[in-house]
Design a protein around this ligand. Structure first.
Ligand SMILES: NC(=O)c1ccc[n+]([C@@H]2O[C@H](COP(=O)([O-])OP(=O)(O)OC[C@H]3O[C@@H](n4cnc5c(N)ncnc54)[C@H](O)[C@@H]3O)[C@@H](O)[C@H]2O)c1
Length: 252
């Protein structure tokens, strides 16, 4: 029997057009959530909505650039207008492009920080008053790059380390409330992201391969299962935590 841990709950999930965000949207919808999916890729969002619909779930998709604070605020407002409540925020949208240090312009620095950290911040800020009302929770998606250095990834690592700082800061600031804030850090996962990282000219492949784990890659559905647990009331004892879902890569 499918668990129904999100019956009567509304989940706003970013990056719902592909990969881990799409898998999370489908998993939470399968468990009863009404999903408000956010992303930039209209075709991907439509495909996720169709999959949820075909499985008998409920979803609304919303196109937005989470790199812009005004679009984050508008997305939360649109979710409330559609469903009237918000119980779960999953900040999953992000992007990783390998760049050598000398290639990173001010514009690229600001852009990568905006997408991989700023979006999560502005969505947490906009969602918090609603999550206070419902006793809801936030799951921020970090990375191995949240806890280790990775070559050609100065902007991505800075942002993903920041995602843990954001998670922990909010966990303490809202310690005396009914809201939970946690992070899930996937290791290498089979998603479209893998094909987007590129390779800087003259890159040292051995340095890049330091991020590979002995047990190989996870599937998006495996990470979605961890996200679903952390976002569910079953994890009510979990607050300010960082869940590694990295096939043991950081175990030692
Ligand atoms: N795939 C991996 O190996 C891996 C490992 C660790 C962490 N992660 C993290 O997991 C999360 C999901 O990534 P994924 O692997 O599913 O990749 P993905 O490329 O399939 O998904 C990323 C999603 O974010 C969306 N997105 C990107 N920029 C956006 C913006 N400005 N506004 C709105 N949406 C935007 C994309 O449209 C896409 O749907 C990301 O935060 C990523 O950093 C992935």
């Amino acid at each position: 029997m499918t668990m129904q841990r999100f019956q009567d709950k509304v989940a706003l999930i970013t990056g719902a057009s592909s990969g881990i965000g799409a898998a999370s949207a489908q998993r939470l919808a399968a468990e009863g959530a009404r999903v408000f999916g956010l992303g930039r890729d209209g075709d991907g969002l439509a495909a996720t909505a169709q999959a949820i619909d075909a499985a008998g779930g409920t979803a609304t998709m919303h196109s937005a650039d989470i790199g812009k604070s005004s679009e984050c605020q508008a997305a939360v407002a649109a979710c409330l207008e559609r469903y009237g409540q918000l119980d779960v925020l999953v900040n999953c949208a992000g992007g990783h492009v390998f760049r050598a240090l000398h290639e990173i312009t001010e514009e690229l620095w600001l852009q990568d920080l905006a997408v991989n950290l700023g979006g999560a911040f502005f969505l947490c800020q906009a969602a918090m008053p609603e999550l206070r009302k419902t006793g809801g929770n936030i799951v921020n998606i970090g990375s191995l790059a949240s806890v280790e250095g990775q070559a050609y990834s100065a902007t991505y690592c800075s942002a993903k380390h920041g995602v843990l700082g954001l998670t922990r800061a909010l966990a303490v600031e809202f310690l005396n409330t009914n809201v939970r804030v946690n992070a899930v850090c996937p290791g290498g996962t089979n998603t479209p992201q893998i094909g987007k990282v590129g390779m800087p000219d003259g890159a040292d492949f051995d340095l890049i391969m330091r991020t590979a784990g002995a047990r190989g890659m996870s599937e998006a559905e495996d990470i979605a299962a961890v996200i679903a647990f952390v976002a569910s009331d079953e994890a009510r004892a979990v607050h300010g935590a960082v869940y590694m879902a990295d096939q043991g890569k950081t175990a030692g």
